[in-house]
Design a binder for this molecule. Structure first.
Ligand code: 7PJ
Length: 278
């Protein structure tokens, strides 16, 4: 219920901070350091006012190698437990593997963020028995192949139709729309043009009457127009976050929590004048 409560209480979109638990972040030190470094990231984000932390143990970036279930679970679960022990922040787990969803749900995570929109066997059933919040993301192809030749006749409508079908499957399993957000999946089987088309028309996704999540932080679509490497994509990413929020996104998934929160405060101050009685 935590996420629904936050959505109801907060003016403007929730900020979801990305916590990557991948070998890069613990190349020299093994598991203990990986948990410690993730906790440091989380502590910093919580201090800045993040609403949700999104813990992921398998990179789904284009071309990234797959990670086995056990490896992913050994990365993610200790971090989830450590966050639970120390912070009151809402926790999301970024995984498409139903077995890991089940384990994470036993630890009472608040949200399951699935880049495969609960298409793996049993994923829907596992979530149906809980009250966790869910993100259904669209992807064309798989992370290994998705950027080789993405093709659509009408990208926006095809993505909306896909997400609509996934919503129907969830609804039929007893998962109501108030537990779900949808995500067009920036960079997941989309050309640069598709990505900017989707951002420009992100408001169209509101026709499905569920909250929209947008994740474009430091992605290739930002690098392609700024000419910058991932760590230098903060300003471009913040611009993208503000545009997404203006088009109605209710959750923004980001690396740069501080910069994004400031930018969204400015947007919220602007928008709130529309509803004030003056
Ligand atoms: C997304 C995600 C996204 C959701 C990743 C990266 C790639 N989950 N997980 N939406 N991206 N819901 O952050 O560059 O866009 S991993």
């Amino acid at each position: 219920m935590k996420i629904q409560k936050l959505l109801a209480q907060k003016q403007g979109p929730l900020v979801m901070g990305i916590v990557n638990v991948t070998p890069d972040s613990f190349s020299d030190g093994g598991r203990y350091n990986s948990v410690e470094s993730a906790i440091e990231q989380v502590a910093h984000m919580v201090e800045l006012g993040v609403d949700i932390v999104d813990v992921g143990g398998e990179s789904t970036r284009p071309g990234a190698a797959k990670v086995g279930l056990n490896e992913e679970a050994e990365r993610v679960l200790p971090v989830v437990q450590a966050i639970k022990n120390r912070f009151d922040v809402a926790i999301s787990v970024d995984t498409y593997k139903p077995e890991l969803m089940a384990e994470a749900l036993k630890l009472h995570v608040d949200m399951v963020n699935d880049v495969k929109a609960l298409t793996m066997p049993n994923a829907v059933e596992i979530l149906a028995d809980t009250d966790a919040y869910i993100c259904l993301m669209h992807m064309q192809g798989t992370p290994q192949t998705m950027q080789s030749d993405p093709k659509y006749t009408d990208a926006i409508n095809e993505i909306i139709n896909y997400l609509d079908q996934r919503l129907t499957v969830c609804n039929q399993a007893g998962i109501n729309n108030d537990r779900i957000c949808i995500d067009p999946g920036f960079g997941f089987g989309k050309t640069l043009e598709h990505n900017y088309q989707i951002l420009n028309q992100l408001d169209k996704f509101n026709q499905l009457n569920v909250n929209v999540l947008a994740g474009l932080s430091r992605k290739t679509m930002i690098g392609a127009v700024t000419g910058k490497e991932p760590e230098q994509r903060v300003y471009g990413s913040v611009a993208g976050a503000v545009i997404a929020a203006m088009k109605g996104a209710k959750i923004i998934r980001v690396h740069d929590v501080d910069a994004t929160i400031d930018a969204l405060k400015v947007l919220n101050a602007t928008i709130s004048t529309e509803t004030e009685n003056k």
